[in-house]
Design a protein around this ligand. Structure first.
Ligand code: NAP
Ligand code: MG
Length: 488
């Protein structure tokens, strides 16, 4: 007799309880390594579910904001311990739901744990300054107050780290939260929420409502009781979030796309530069906002670099992220795979040369997944689409330049400005790069992807609303400054 294992149905988390959506409809979250495999069924929520979550978050915020930062931090410490205990389970769900390798998924979950601990500690830091008044008998100082209810809208590419790096500071500074995760990775988001639930947060302090962006995401944008919205995702949706929030006077923060360059200077350690280009460009199947996508190489080292790069990329094992031999998993969804394939076609049409890869991987049992070989283009001109638009896939565009000045000019010749890196031993090159590169994160002799949780993170130009997340920068978004003047 065969036992049929029915995949679990996951519920919304509202006011401390797991509840079905009012419509009782669900959608299947599938495994991009095998589209036949359902990871779980998730609620298709409606506006009334969202309204319920927001109303409870609003009610809960009154007493939550009265707790000390230290007391709020204690809950985050508990959530961290629980997440740490469940790290393998959560990482496995993440790999099954969005395809990144188990090693990367585990690293990301460990990052989530560290972020929770970091912000738990932040609950004890100073929140204001004493400012001398012109009246010597008056006391003037600043303090900080929470925004109220914060709506958190997140993408699928870091389904643990991004929700956590938004929710943890929101909570520790006294806000309550309603999370709307990306549909592709809602099961992983619910696993994160289970950690908050087990940590015993008071009812209504943290909520998750799954469903579509156009209903639940838009509902968060429009709701008058959502005082702040923190969004990470595409430029197109981000702008919509910003416009909607601005129109009704809510605070907002947007982290959007990137088109991140690496510059390989004439004096670069080429082996190191190759390793970092591969890791920065192709880890997570190129689906990091900080992924390297433009590889700007000085003329005199171009041929050597190219040869080494292609020979290393040929060794990459594409496969199911749960198998330890796989270095690169599938694209996270069929949609994403099709986007990547269409950019590859477009690159060829525009006259770039496809040096390696770019084909769908359908052999060796991979035909049910959204697999693609990493792709390398050369003869790429800066004005081509593949050099201008965010592809969000394992595609590297080699651009040859004559000198460092031209390299920085090309590196800046995009509308994004998230991260950038350079390989050089020359201090003058480094200083020019630090000074002239328009990016929120610049890295020297290190790959473009690589964000540390204790440092501010965010982009310039169209990559961001110019605010910063993470580290101590997070307090700027999640609180308002109140200036206090006291006279006896
Ligand atoms: P996306 O399509 O913009 O979606 C992001 C979130 O917005 C999802 O939860 C989505 O819900 C929701 N959404 C969709 N339509 C909406 C609407 N009308 N109103 C409100 N919310 C709506 O982005 P993605 O494809 O998930 O993620 C990839 C993008 O994220 C890339 O552009 C990448 O660069 C960017 N990213 C940026 C950073 C950074 O820090 N700068 C970090 C990671 C990723 P559904 O899932 O239901 O569509
Ligand atoms: Mg999926």
């Amino acid at each position: 007799m065969t036992t049929i294992i029915k995949e679990q149905t996951y519920l919304n988390y509202i006011n401390g309880s797991w509840v079905p959506s009012s419509s009782n409809n669900v959608y299947a979250s599938i495994n991009p390594a095998n589209k036949q495999e359902v990871v779980g069924y998730v609620q298709i929520s409606s506006k009334s579910d969202l309204n319920e979550a927001i109303a409870n978050a609003k009610k809960a915020q009154v007493s939550w904001s009265k707790l000390s930062g230290t007391a709020r931090g204690e809950y985050l410490y508990k959530a961290a311990t629980i997440m740490e205990e469940r790290i393998d389970e959560i990482a496995k769900i993440m790999t099954r739901e969005m395809g990144k390798t188990f090693l990367e998924a585990k690293g990301e979950t460990a990052r989530g744990v560290a972020i929770l601990r970091y912000y738990a500690g932040e609950g004890m830091r100073k929140i204001g300054d004493l400012i001398p008044s012109t009246d010597n008998e008056a006391l003037m100082f600043t303090t900080r107050v929470p925004l109220g209810v914060v709506g958190v809208i997140t993408p699928w590419n870091f389904p643990v780290a991004i929700p956590v790096w938004k929710i943890a500071p929101a909570l520790v500074y006294g806000n309550t939260v309603v999370l709307k995760p990306a549909q592709e990775t809602s099961v992983t988001a619910i696993k994160v929420m289970e950690c908050f639930h087990e940590a015993g947060f008071p009812k209504g302090v943290v909520n998750v409502v799954t469903g579509s962006g156009s209903v639940i995401g838009q509902g968060i944008i429009d709701h008058p009781d959502v005082n702040g919205i923190t969004f990470t995702g595409s430029e197109q949706i981000g702008k919509r979030v910003g416009q909607g929030a601005f129109t009704r006077g809510a605070k907002y923060q947007l982290e959007m796309g990137g088109k991140n360059p690496v510059i390989v200077a004439s004096d670069a350690d080429l082996d190191l530069a190759v390793e970092a280009t591969i890791s920065g460009g192709l880890r997570s199947t190129g689906q990091k906002c900080t992924a390297t996508s433009r590889v700007i190489v000085l003329n005199d080292v171009y041929e050597d670099f190219k040869e080494k790069l292609v020979s290393e990329i040929k060794k990459i094992r594409v496969g199911n992220g749960l198998e330890s031999e796989s270095w690169m998993g599938p694209c996270a969804s069929e949609n994403q795979l099709n986007t990547v394939l269409s950019y590859i076609k477009e690159g060829i049409k525009e006259g770039a040369t496809l040096l390696y890869g770019g084909q769908r991987e359908e052999k060796n049992g991979l035909e049910q997944g959204f697999y693609i070989q990493p792709a390398v283009f050369e003869n790429v001109k800066s004005d081509m689409k593949i050099a201008q638009e965010e592809i969000f896939g394992p595609v590297l565009a080699l651009i040859k330049v004559n000198n460092l000045e031209e390299a920085i000019e090309v590196a800046n010749d995009v509308r994004f400005g998230l991260s950038a890196s350079i390989f050089t031993k020359n201090i003058g090159n480094m200083l020019s790069f630090i000074q002239e590169m328009d990016a929120g994160l610049v890295r020297i002799n290190a790959e473009s992807a690589g964000v540390e949780l204790q440092a501010p993170f965010g982009g310039m130009k169209q990559s961001s609303s110019h605010s910063r997340e993470q580290g101590q920068a997070a307090i700027e978004f999640f609180t308002s400054i109140k200036t206090v003047y006291v006279k006896s």
